[in-house]
Structure formats: C-alpha cells, structure tokens
Design a protein around this ligand. Structure first.
Ligand code: SF4
Ligand code: SF4
Length: 385
C-alpha cells in the first residue's frame, strides 16, 4: 500500500515541452538548490514519524540535472532513514541521461511519464516531436532497470479516440494511469481541452469494461484504485482521502504548499522549509485554514452519499477552480466518481449476492464466469498487490 505521508518536491516549474493543456509549467522558473533539500531534511526530522514518499514533480524535474539528484537522494534517504523514504518521479524523460538513470536506479525511483496515445494523437496535444523524445527516454530508462508507468491525459478531443488509446496501451503492455485534462486557477486556456465530468464518468466505466475484458493484458492504475476504495471502504489515493496534512509540496524556493497544484501561487504558501515549521505552525496559516474548510463542505454536500467514506468529496483543488478560487462546493468530478463507484458497487453486489447464489453464477463458476471475468476477479488481483 502507498505511504500515508507524501511530500512532492518541485525542483522547478520550468519545462522544455509545450503541452497545449498544461498549466503547471512556468518559463524562467528557478531551479531548487541542494541546500533547500538539506532544509527539507532538517524540517522533517522532527515533523512526523510515518513512512514517507518523496515525488519529484514539476515543471520538469530532470531540469535540475545529475548533480542535484546525486546529492539530494542520499541526503533524503540517509537523513530521514527513520521515515524509510521511498521515491518517485514524474517526468517527460526528454532529459534523462545514462548518468541520471544510474543515480535514479540506485534509489529505486519509479518513473511516471506522460503519453496521450499513439504518436499522431499525442503530438497533436503535446507538440510535434514529443512522442519520439519521450519514447527514447523510456528505452533508456528500461535499459537501466528503471520501472516506468504512463499517465495518459484525456482531453475533450482525445476522449473521442478512447478505443484507439486503450488499444495502444494494451498492445504495448504499458501500465496506464489516466488523468482528465483540468481547468486551472493559473490560466483560462486549458478550458479548451478540459474533460467534462459526464464524459469522464463514461470514460471510467468504458475502461472498467475493457479492463475486465482484457484482464492480465494491461494494468489501469485508476481502476485498481477505485476498486480498492470500494472493497476496503477507504481511499488509497490523495483524491479520495482528506489530503490536508498528509500531502505537501515544496516549491523551488522552499515554500511549502498543500500540493503541487498550488505551487507558485502566493496565497497558498503555508510556510518555508528554512523555518522548520511544526504541523501546528502550518495549521495557523490562512492557506491551511482555507483548505481545512473543505472538510465542512464535504460533510454538508456529501453527507447522504453512500460513497463518502472512500471518496471524501474528491480533490479540493478541482473544487475551487470553477469558482475562481472560492470554496463553494465539492469536486465537480463528483458526477464521474459517483458513476464509477455505483458501477463497481452494483457489480460487486450482484456477483456476490445475485446470480452467483441463485443461478450458480460467477462465484460458483457458472455460465457468466465462463463468458468473462467479473469484478471479483479484479478485486482478487488488486488486493493481492
Ligand atoms: S489538492 Fe487534489 S491533487 Fe492535491 S493532494 Fe489534495 S486531492 Fe491530491
Ligand atoms: S461521489 Fe460525489 S457526493 Fe459522493 S462523496 Fe464523492 S464527491 Fe461527494
């Protein structure tokens, strides 16, 4: 299972790519100094005792270069050994070199990279030449023994090609994590690409069906996570837990934010690692209080929902984007979450209590099971991981 405490390190908001719908990169952004990583270690030494995952995110984190990682990884790993740090990185892989790959391999850093489907579709959204550069980095990463999974951003355009995209990932046996194109507080442009919540719900149910149809041929991380939520009745990714206090992001200058989505927005700075703030210090900041208010909104808006225990109103960032930074309601993706959670719960219940008992169905190896695997098959695979 994932660690309960997650710190995202954002070495820079700069990025050499120009994806059409991206709002998290910032040309000319400074690069984090290794002294800031040292301060992160000093800050966290007495902050919490839990196991921690550090994710290098951006912008493009490889812009920080080999020397940064050569120093930063042992600093974090040895300085916070009592928290048993694990690492991850989200990168487009363009700047991966054999030297950096060796450093990352030494610390078992799994990589998440981004491809939106076949070359033509990907490059239409992410820019000419993107696909080939990322795939070249992917080959290099694999050659150095690094684990790579793919994030596929579905936009209002690419969702029309969902079959083609699913087949691309399945045929290449790439592990897939999907991401809906989001609107942003930082710019209006991505609205052009934003995936409508209704379409997002349809997409999730489509992928659930395809996943069951092709079980063993592809991994879809979001579907695993959604099923795990329903089966264990608690969230296992940040979207489906109360993320405040369990996730932080550190900007290039050491500023502490609730999450990478807020990095670079002064109103959301809760403190700076150089001051080694305690949780109590952070909780006095206006940004913390603002985010904390989300819990009240969720209790009000989701109190009657059967999925509240493992959905928790979704993502607070998503919730405030449509209202220009004001907190008036829960994540607009509620429509999608409810749709797919209903679907998983209904299938689970009907397999468990329905045809399986009365008609010798899936659980008893009846005719349904012979046709195709049900949600129980996926549950077993997911829970055994
Ligand atoms: S604000 Fe959203 S993306 Fe960020 S940690 Fe919370 S749930 Fe996750
Ligand atoms: S599905 Fe919607 S109503 Fe239910 S808990 Fe999630 S956000 Fe709230």
């Amino acid at each position: 299972m994932k660690n309960a405490f997650h710190v995202m390190l954002i070495p820079t908001l700069g990025c050499p790519a120009r994806c059409s719908y991206c709002w998290s990169s910032e040309p000319g952004s400074p690069i984090m100094r290794v002294e800031t990583v040292y301060e992160v270690v000093e800050w966290l030494k007495n902050f919490r005792d839990d196991r921690v995952t550090f994710t290098f995110h951006g912008g493009e984190p490889l812009l920080a270069g080999a020397d940064f990682y050569r120093e930063a990884l042992p600093l974090l790993s040895d300085g916070l050994a009592h928290m048993k740090p694990e690492f991850a990185m989200q990168t487009n892989l363009w700047l991966l070199t054999p030297e950096i790959a060796d450093i990352l391999a030494k610390y078992h850093v799994p990589l998440g990279t981004s491809i939106d489907g076949p070359r033509e579709l990907n490059d239409l959204q992410r820019g000419e030449g993107y696909f080939d550069r990322t795939m070249k980095g992917y080959e290099l990463a694999k050659a150095h023994g690094l684990k790579v999974s793919f994030i596929c951003t579905f936009t209002s355009h690419s969702v029309k090609h969902k079959e083609e995209i699913f087949n691309f990932f399945k045929d290449h046996r790439f592990t897939l994590k999907l991401h809906p194109a989001l609107p942003s507080l930082r710019t209006n442009t991505p609205h052009l690409w934003t995936l409508d919540p209704g379409e997002y719900g349809d997409l999730l149910v489509y992928l659930l069906d395809q996943y069951l149809e092709h079980i063993g041929e592809i991994e879809i991380m979001n579907i695993n996570d959604l099923c795990r939520c329903v089966f264990t009745r608690r969230g296992s990714v940040c979207t489906f837990v109360d993320c405040m206090g369990s996730t932080f992001a550190i900007g290039p200058d050491g500023a502490i934010y609730p999450c990478y989505r807020f990095v670079g927005m002064p109103d959301f700075v809760m403190g700076n690692v150089e001051d080694h703030p305690t949780m109590d210090d952070l909780s006095k900041s206006p940004a913390w209080k603002f985010m904390q208010h989300y819990l009240d909104i969720v209790e009000q808006a989701c109190g009657e929902c059967s999925h509240i225990r493992y959905c928790r109103g979704g993502c607070p960032y998503n919730a405030i984007v449509p209202t220009d930074g004001k907190m008036h309601g829960v994540d607009p993706h509620c429509t999608a979450y409810r749709r797919v959670f209903d679907e998983i719960s209904d299938r689970f219940n009907s397999e468990l209590f329905g045809s399986s008992i009365l008609e010798g169905g899936p659980l008893l190896g009846g005719p349904e099971r012979a046709k195709r695997p049900g949600i129980m098959a996926l549950m077993h695979r997911t829970m055994l991981r």
